[in-house]
Write a protein of this length. Sequence first.
Length: 186
Amino acid sequence: MAIKINTADIKEAAKTLKAGDAIELTGTIYTSRDAAHKRIMAALDNGEQTPYPIDGSIIYYAGPTEAKPGEVVGSCGPTTSSRMDPFSPRLLDLGLGAMIGKGERNQATVDAIIRNGSVYFCAIGGAAAVVAEAVKELEVVAYHDLGCESVKKFTVKDMPLICAIDCHGGNIFRDGKAKYKKEIVK
């Protein structure tokens, strides 16, 4: 049974989550990929306002395609999260509530997740249509010139996710590999 979480409650919910938990996320999330992250860092460096409040927010590493008629969004599967690792510790230290993407994270990002009581979720890679069904509203909020990589505000309902790295040090990538290796040795 999936744990239902509202994005407004992510900081409290993160304290209770364990790596491997199935999640259904509802509320507001923001898309940001490589180019948007670079601009957000520049804004922070220059003392400028970011396109969305970092504290308590959830970033989805995705560059959704345009919607077909009658749809809210086109394909919007997760992108490889490790490309955002150079930026993630700083954002986590500023209060970022959670990140959504796919794949492993570097140790500095894992340490920042733990240090800040945050969480990293994995979305379903290769099944972008399933994720797109959870998006109920979309608004481009910044960096329009980046096209599909512009920053978008999504309103999602029951977005299916897996808690991949929790704030207690649980990590499905590390723990899953260890369990697999242990099973092979038997």
